[in-house]
Design a protein around this ligand. Structure first.
Ligand code: ATP
Ligand code: MG
Length: 774
């Protein structure tokens, strides 16, 4: 047996050693699924399977690169070079370029990013004279995206009265027309959006049996990582391609399915066994990534989900430290806590920045973290959010370059036709757009024929349009003969972009210039790499393809020593020694938008499971008592997910002084207190709890509601936590009315078992529970 196979445990070896046939590996986080895929590919190659015949689909291009590197180390880079590895989008974009003409597209089609799509939809909505507050372009875009991912084409839409009705019900009766317009305009521009890359691949494989056969024959072994997050469109592609040889190996974890909101279908994993004959199912149970505390805490969380496959995850690793829970007064303070903890940990334990990750539910949360890290001079890197390539000045340059490759690209053209200003006004562009729609041609083609179409433009304007066309054509000539760097450098100068920014002279303008320089450096780097590989010219089109499909994660060279900041969604599959999960608050995590149904809440819980299982050694859960949301200071309460972790795995910290205390609480229950007079309270018995050393409000926001503002002591009906008795009827904010049937534990650990009218028996930690005695 190859010695690299001995790097796997027995359970992991089984799916590697089964060479042929359909198989599925279902296993919890950190159990080596990705490692199994990697080694399986190396092993297949050692058995003589040609790299050309292996297709491996990963969640990010970065993951693909890392896998390829590991495989190169085992089988040699000249062999590994030929592997087809990457995301669904990047692999199928490649195939679509090869087969584009069959679908009526040019092989140099543009890939629209979300910005382009939303802008295009905005102008369609405007042209149709619809209310953009009803037809919000972003919402319309995500609706169209979900149609496409469910393979609902425009025709299918109009054939389906139910869909139309649903849109009409949500006050968008013209959705179908917008969809149609959008599809036509993309087609006319020789552009595909992200979802098209999958939709059109499906179209290609169903409409052209010979093409299907060609790729079935080519991809004799197919492997898919993170299978739980494939959507219907991706599922059908995999299904079609693997149909002939049925050598398909998918790995995934139903507990980590977190993209339902984007159409991922957990049933793909659940139904795999029905889709193929003789499926072998493998399970891995040993987690190699995390300490026992983390593994077991994560188990205790996911246990709360009803919809799940039964799985065991255990680890032979050390217990490790408990999960630290920290509260702060504000989100600013939360940021300072995270930054100072990183600072201290680094000092005390000689750690690098890149051993830390800060994970959050929404991108907006990064700001407070960034501020605090900057103040501590801790280098960090934000993944996601606005990527480098979406910055205005960068996108301006890229749009010129897009036009060089595909001048029909309407979004690119509209963006730069008058930037820098060259006297082509909005009215002219409107006229061009109307004509283009009328003739079912691109704006550029209209411009090329401007003398033959009567748009009532004066000669001056016509000449400006002709100059623009001539300029793009001159770039195209250069593109034929020079590499991408030469061309891009030329374009930035010739278009006046550089002069424009120089003229600006403000610090922002200078920063923009530096960004453009950075872009040029990036292009240089890229083409040098290309030239090294196969002596290629380093053509612009190759670079642009890379850019169009780059995610932020992909640009990570991995060797810069920075703290990683990203949303939990992006962190899937990754691992870090120290992980901070910040903003652990109700309405933020779980998100307020995802609490109306059990399945939404379960997806949030899976997201928390993903977050926690990224940590190898130490996890922190932090929350603030108040934070700015939508410009307003909002009171927050701790996330239910903290409460859901078996308490034994948690270690509560003080928020400020670093002294340790168990948050203590008095639940004061008043009768008919005027609620408007309520304020934050100190402990009711007048003596602060041990180690409680400042005037900070106590833990639970329920106190806020209950203490009279004038400071008077409550007169009647007051029951402190210690006085909560068995038999009391209580009201809980979420569970409603119930009766206390049992009490156990003392102080911070005190729990009440309560029988709720709806929801039945629940054990609640009084420290967290929001109870009113009635
Ligand atoms: P996730 O569900 O988060 O994607 P995964 O199941 O893909 O996790 P991997 O990322 O493959 O898990 O493995 C987790 C960690 O454990 C990695 O650092 C990997 O190198 C290590 N690992 C996996 N299997 C073994 C093994 N048999 N011996 C030692 N280390 C292992
Ligand atoms: Mg993995």
């Amino acid at each position: 047996m190859q010695n690299y196979i001995s790097q796997l445990n027995e359970a992991q070896q089984a799916p590697v050693l089964r060479k042929d046939g359909p198989m599925i590996v279902i296993a919890g986080a950190g159990s080596g699924k990705t490692r199994v895929l990697t080694i399986r590919i190396a092993y297949l190659m050692s058995l003589g399977v040609d790299a050309f015949n292996i297709l491996s689909l990963t969640f990010t291009n970065k993951a693909a690169r890392e896998m390829k590197k590991r495989i190169s180390d085992i089988v040699g880079s000249s062999e590994a070079k030929n592997l087809w590895m990457g995301t669904f989008h990047s692999i199928f974009a490649k195939i679509l370029r090869i087969e584009a003409d069959k679908l009526g597209y040019p092989s140099n089609f543009t890939i629209y990013d979300a910005q382009d799509s939303v802008r295009l939809l905005g102008s369609i909505i405007k042209e149709m004279q619809l209310d953009k507050d009803v037809y919000k372009p972003k919402q319309v875009f995500s609706r169209i995206s979900s149609y496409k991912n469910s393979l609902i084409t425009v025709k299918a839409y109009f054939d389906n009265p139910e869909l139309q009705e649903a849109d009409a019900m949500s006050k968008k009766p013209r959705m179908g027309e917008i969809y149609q317009q959008y599809v036509e305009r993309c087609f006319k521009s020789g552009a595909m959006d992200f979802d098209d890359l999958l939709l059109k691949t499906n179209e290609l494989l169903t409409r052209f049996p010979d093409v299907l056969l060609k790729y079935q024959d080519r991809f004799r072994y197919i492997l898919v990582d993170e299978y739980q997050d494939t959507n219907h469109s991706q599922y059908l592609i995999v299904r079609a391609l693997s149909d002939r040889f049925q050598n398909i190996c998918v790995v995934g974890d139903d507990a980590q399915s977190i993209y339902a909101f984007r159409g991922a279908n957990i049933n793909n994993i659940l139904n795999f066994q029905k889709d193929y004959d003789n499926v072998e199912m493998f399970r891995l149970e040993q987690n190699y990534r995390s300490t026992r505390n983390i593994v077991e805490a994560a188990n205790s969380i996911i246990d709360k989900n009803k919809t799940k496959l039964d799985k065991i995850v255990w680890t032979a690793n050390d217990d490790g430290p408990k999960i630290k829970v920290h509260r702060s007064l504000t989100d600013g303070e939360e940021g300072r806590f995270v930054a100072s903890t990183i600072f201290e940990e680094k000092m005390n334990n000689q750690l690098n920045n890149n051993q830390f990750a800060i994970l959050y539910r929404t991108n907006a949360q990064s700001r407070a973290m960034e501020d605090a890290l900057r103040k501590r001079d801790i280098p960090y890197r934000i993944y996601g959010g606005l990527s480098f390539y979406q910055r205005k000045e960068i996108k301006d340059v890229l749009c010129y370059l897009r036009l060089v490759i595909n001048p029909k690209d309407e979004e690119a053209l509209v963006r730069v036709i008058n930037y820098p200003a060259r006297g082509i006004g909005d009215t002219t562009v409107e006229k061009l757009t109307i004509a283009a729609n009328h003739y079912k041609r691109s704006i550029y083609e209209v411009m090329q024929n401007i003398d033959r179409i009567d748009l009532k433009l004066n000669t001056g304007t016509k000449n400006k349009l002709k100059d623009f066309v001539t300029m793009i054509q001159s770039f195209q000539v250069i593109d034929q003969n020079q590499d991408a760097f030469y061309l891009a450098d030329h374009v930035t100068k010739k278009t006046g972009l550089i002069q424009e920014l120089k003229k600006d002279g403000t610090p922002e303008g200078i920063a923009r210039l530096e960004n453009i320089e950075e872009l040029l450096n990036g292009i240089k780097d890229f083409i040098d790499g290309q030239k090294e590989i196969d002596g290629a010219r380093g053509a612009l089109s190759e670079f642009m393809e890379d850019v169009a499909l780059a995610t932020d994660l992909d640009n990570d060279t991995g060797d810069d020593d920075r703290v990683a900041l990203m949303t939990i969604h992006l962190a899937k599959g990754l691992e870090f020694p120290h992980v901070f999960i910040v903003g652990m608050e109700e309405d933020l995590f779980p998100s307020a938008m995802s609490m109306s149904t059990r399945s939404e809440l379960e997806e949030e819980r899976r997201l928390f499971y993903v977050a926690l299982t990224r940590a190898e050694h130490q996890a922190y859960l932090t929350y603030a008592q108040s934070r700015y949301r939508w410009g307003k200071l909002t009171d927050c309460e701790p996330s239910r997910f903290i409460e859901e972790i078996t308490e034994h795995f948690l270690d509560y910290m003080t928020p400020m002084e670093g002294s340790r205390y168990k948050p203590m609480i008095d639940i004061d229950i008043f009768g008919d207190v005027d609620k408007s007079k309520l304020r934050l309270a100190k402990p009711t018995n007048g003596t602060p709890p041990k180690n409680y050393s400042n005037d900070e409000p106590l833990f639970s926001s329920n106190i806020r509601k209950l203490k009279p503002m004038d400071g008077s002591s409550p007169t009647k009906g007051s029951i402190s936590e210690s006085k909560l008795n068995i038999g009391n009827i209580v009201l809980h904010e979420r569970f409603g009315k119930g009766q206390v049937v049992n009490l156990e534990g003392v102080g911070a650990d005190k729990k009440a078992e309560i029988k709720f009218e709806v929801g039945g028996l629940k054990k609640l930690l009084l420290r967290f529970a929001k109870l009113d005695v009635i």
